[in-house]
Design a protein around this ligand. Structure first.
Ligand SMILES: *[C@@H]1O[C@H](CO)[C@@H](O)[C@H](O)[C@H]1NC(C)=O
Ligand SMILES: *[C@@H]1O[C@H](CO)[C@@H](O)[C@H](O)[C@H]1NC(C)=O
Ligand SMILES: *[C@@H]1O[C@H](CO)[C@@H](O)[C@H](O)[C@H]1NC(C)=O
Ligand SMILES: *[C@@H]1O[C@H](CO)[C@@H](O)[C@H](O)[C@H]1NC(C)=O
Ligand SMILES: *[C@@H]1O[C@H](CO)[C@@H](O)[C@H](O)[C@H]1NC(C)=O
Ligand SMILES: *[C@@H]1O[C@H](CO)[C@@H](O)[C@H](O)[C@H]1NC(C)=O
Ligand SMILES: *[C@@H]1O[C@H](CO)[C@@H](O)[C@H](O)[C@H]1NC(C)=O
Ligand SMILES: *[C@@H]1O[C@H](CO)[C@@H](O)[C@H](O)[C@H]1NC(C)=O
Ligand SMILES: *[C@@H]1O[C@H](CO)[C@@H](O)[C@H](O)[C@H]1NC(C)=O
Ligand SMILES: *[C@@H]1O[C@H](CO)[C@@H](O)[C@H](O)[C@H]1NC(C)=O
Length: 726
């Protein structure tokens, strides 16, 4: 008895619930899952209260969660994937807990500004994690030691407002992508203790980064740090424990720099004098490099400097180097201070075992043999100062530029071998005593300007920014959700009809087989029980306007009142038609409460087209359907519960709107007068007629609902007899 009706009610309740989830009108489901995911509940969180009332949770006027702050609460557990559905979230603070497992995707949380996930035990970052985080300002992932190795995705470029990016001790591998032109506001970049490799990206140049922490990479970042000279906002630079090479660049434009940690790298060359004159500088560490030249003398304003062990200074006190040493360092400078030279060229006497240098007994350099060392750079004219030099081998390197004219002044020179490089320009006129070899330099001797053909710089790119924001990013969000709503309407309507059809078929075949059997009242009870639970969840979904005395009551005598669900269903229908939220604080007062406003619209049918979601852009036929849905919505949200229709009625209104749907299979016999070629409403009506004395549909007047709802100005209940509206 009443079984199909119960089923219908159950079905509609489920539908309401799925409506709410799909249209993301409410966050309580996702929040309930978040709560359930924690080993112990955070203080002030409870499954039985509205999530917007939970401690450290904030919601907006539409009961959407905007911030969750659960720092350092000893939380354990694995975050649920639904976290990504909290689309109004601006702040998520989960740092300082023991959360584990994979991070859920937060892609496309376009409102998210602050994301703190540091000091946890997360195990992986899903691909696409950084997609669409267009409002992100703070991203903190540091101290997640169990993370599976991950790379910094170029998807992060969509976060064009990024100010702070912390991911130290987070198992990052690979190189720093050249995406920093996308972050004009970036100030803090802390990626210490990872396994980053490769070079500093060019796009660091001109950036506003102030704190740059890239120290202690497992295998080490490499290349030069020349780009720092154009990072004028730098204040703290931690690059220690890497594999950087080349000389320290001129940092005189970094006028705020106070802390420069460069120790434990492979820096070579002279310390630029400009470093000593940066007035803001306080802390410098340079030890464990292969720095050359004079021992630096920092001004007293640099309170803390370590130069310590393992460098290649010419002396261990300040003061100029021997002139010969100075000359050789200048030569090395033209090669970019190769590490091979820096490692062995220590001390203040070039004739004490410096590699590639041979001296005579008087301490004059006779031979320099740099052959086959893969040196790059140019031939320094300073060679000319080595007046005693007889043999100079520069062959089989990658030297560019021209042979300096000054070399013709080297009176002792006998052998000059520059073969197999990439030298250009005219060959100077050497005396007959010099054996000159220039073969293997395809471009040499041709009277082309040395900068010539190669120098046209065909780069088409304008500036360093690799185009951050895909066009239309901002607007796509809203149009998608409108499209989605329209899709959901259709999908759910079809779903209603399909499930109804299946249920009817089941019911009919059941009756057929077990005709005359008394139905087990126990089954009915179970169904009602689950209604109670589902109804409870949907009630906590934020339709705060629903009076509590309307809570669904069950007592399997066949009387089940679900007026709350009917009301909520009406609200959802209104939301779908208008594309508006149930409560919208951004609207003027008289329009902010959707139900009140829309019921006023309904008074005059002509108003409806103006009130509906413009994205629906209905044709005439669809408009007729929308009128019916609008009227149903008004009816369902009647002030008095008894004025509201039953769900069965709602289904009856909605199902003809998808009347074209018909079953495709003909094999079933016509039982109880149901012809499967009939449309669903027809079938329902026929079947109801055959039911005869059954009380099942006594309270749903099919003859009335089959005809269109009379459109009366107000008081929709008037058009239904009291049987409809219990
Ligand atoms: C992280 O998890 C490992 C085991 O997977 C455990 O040994 C370790 O203590 C955890 N660390 C934190 C900070 O919870
Ligand atoms: C994010 O949104 C974009 C565009 O709307 C979409 O292409 C992408 O698949 C979404 N990413 C995820 C992970 O949902
Ligand atoms: C950098 O690390 C990645 C991943 O560990 C590796 O595939 C790549 O070869 C490394 N590149 C360099 C230049 O070491
Ligand atoms: C410092 O800035 C000035 C002015 O922009 C510029 O001319 C100069 O080349 C810069 N110095 C360095 C070392 O980059
Ligand atoms: C210098 O470095 C030391 C240790 O690293 C630190 O304690 C101190 O605060 C730094 N001083 C300044 C002025 O940065
Ligand atoms: C200098 O550095 C040492 C260790 O790095 C630190 O203990 C000390 O406080 C620093 N002094 C100043 C004046 O910053
Ligand atoms: C030198 O040039 C050769 C040929 O162009 C190239 O393969 C090699 O990588 C270069 N070596 C260096 C150290 O640049
Ligand atoms: C060569 O030496 C002479 C005399 O010392 C000097 O005048 C001339 O400028 C030098 N040539 C070059 C190219 O340095
Ligand atoms: C030699 O240098 C020219 C530009 O000066 C360059 O285009 C060419 O690739 C270089 N050749 C080699 C083998 O390095
Ligand atoms: C750079 O941008 C300007 C203005 O947008 C444009 O006129 C110019 O052609 C661009 N140059 C290149 C090399 O793309």
């Amino acid at each position: 008895m009443g079984r199909l009706r119960t089923l219908l009610i159950y079905l509609s309740t489920t539908l309401i619930f799925s409506f709410l989830t799909l249209s993301s009108a409410d966050d309580s489901a996702a929040m309930a899952k978040l709560l359930a995911s924690f080993g112990t509940a955070p203080s002030g969180w409870s499954a039985t209260t509205d999530c917007c009332k939970w401690k450290n949770v904030n919601c907006d006027g539409s009961n959407r969660v905007t911030s969750i702050s659960l720092a350092s609460q000893s939380l354990t557990g694995i975050l649920p994937s639904d976290l990504g559905t909290l689309t109004q979230l601006t702040t998520l603070s989960l740092q300082g807990n023991s959360l584990s497992g994979p991070l859920p995707s937060l892609a496309n949380l376009t409102s998210l500004q602050k994301l703190y996930l540091d000091n946890n035990n997360f195990t992986s970052i899903p691909s696409g994690f950084f997609q669409g985080l267009i409002s992100l300002q703070i991203l903190s992932l540091s101290q997640n030691l169990d993370l599976a190795p991950w790379t910094i995705s170029t998807e992060l470029t969509q976060a064009t407002s990024l100010v702070t990016f912390y991911a130290s001790n987070a198992n990052i591998i690979g190189s720093l992508p050249d995406i920093f032109g996308s972050f004009p506001s970036l100030q803090d970049l802390r990626l210490s203790y990872n396994n980053l490799n490769g070079t500093l990206p060019k796009s660091f140049g001109g950036s506003g980064i102030q704190n740059l922490w890239l120290n202690n990479q497992q295998n080490g970042l490499s290349g030069t740090i020349d780009v720092l000279s154009s990072m004028t906002q730098l204040s703290q630079v931690w690059l220690h424990k890497n594999q950087f090479t080349g000389p320290i660049p001129d940092l005189s434009n970094c006028t705020s720099l106070f802390d420069l940690q460069l120790r434990d790298n492979q820096f070579t060359g002279l310390i630029p004098a400009s470093l000593m004159s940066i007035p803001s500088l306080r802390n410098v560490s340079l030890d464990n490099n292969v720095l050359q030249g004079p021992y630096p003398q920092f001004p007293s304003s640099v309170t803390n400097h370590t130069l310590g062990s393992i460098n290649s200074f010419c002396k261990n006190t300040p003061g100029p180097c021997d002139p010969l040493v100075t000359t050789l360092l200048e030569i090395a400078s033209a090669f970019g201070y190769p590490i091979k030279l820096a490692n062995s060229w220590t001390g203040n006497n070039a004739c004490t075992g410096w590699t590639f240098i041979n001296c005579d007994s008087q301490g004059s350099i006779i031979t320099i043999n740099f052959a086959k060392q893969q040196f790059v750079g140019t031939i320094s004219p300073v060679f000319a100062k080595l007046t005693s030099l007889r043999n100079l081998y520069l062959n089989d390197n990658n030297l560019t530029g021209s042979i300096p004219d000054a070399l013709t002044n080297m009176t002792s020179l006998q052998v000059l071998d520059v073969s197999n490089n990439n030298l250009t320009g005219l060959i100077p006129k050497f005396g007959d005593s010099v054996k000159l070899t220039t073969t293997g330099n395809p471009l040499i001797g041709k009277n082309t300007p040395s900068s010539g053909s190669g120098g046209s710089s065909p780069s088409g790119s304008n500036g360093t920014s690799p185009s951050g924001n895909p066009a239309g990013m901002g607007s796509s969000g809203t149009s998608v959700s409108h499209g989605m709503i329209a899709g959901i309407v259709i999908a759910v309507m079809i779903f209603v009809v399909v499930v109804l059809f299946v249920s009817i078929k089941c019911y009919v075949s059941r009756r057929h087989r077990k005709f005359g059997r008394v139905e087990n009242p126990q089954n009915g009870k179970e169904v009602v029980k689950s209604i109670g639970i589902t109804g409870g969840v949907s009630n906590s979904n934020g339709y705060g306007g629903v009076p509590s005395e309307l809570q669904s009551q069950s007592s399997a005598t066949g009387r089940v009142t679900t007026k709350v669900d009917v009301y909520a269903f009406g609200v959802v229908l209104m939301e779908l038609i208008t594309g508006r939220r149930a409560l919208d604080d951004t609207m003027p007062d008289e329009r902010s409460h959707l139900v009140t406003w829309f019921r006023r619209i309904l008074i005059n049918k002509e108003n409806i087209p103006k009130a509906i979601d413009q994205n629906l852009s209905p044709d005439e036929e669809t408009m007729e359907s929308i009128y019916k849905v609008a009227e149903l919505a008004g009816h369902c949200t009647a002030r008095e519960p008894y004025q509201r229709p039953d769900m069965g009625h709602a289904v009856n209104i909605l199902s003809p709107l998808v009347e074209q749907w018909k079953p495709t299979s003909h094999e079933e016999e016509d039982t109880y007068g149901i012809d499967l070629d009939m449309s669903l409403p027809q079938a329902l009506q026929r079947w109801q007629a055959n039911e005869g004395t059954s009380t099942m549909f006594n309270d749903i007047s099919y003859s009335q609902t089959q005809s269109s709802i009379p459109s009366k100005p107000s008081g929709f209940a008037d058009s239904f007899d009291s049987m409809d509206c219990r």
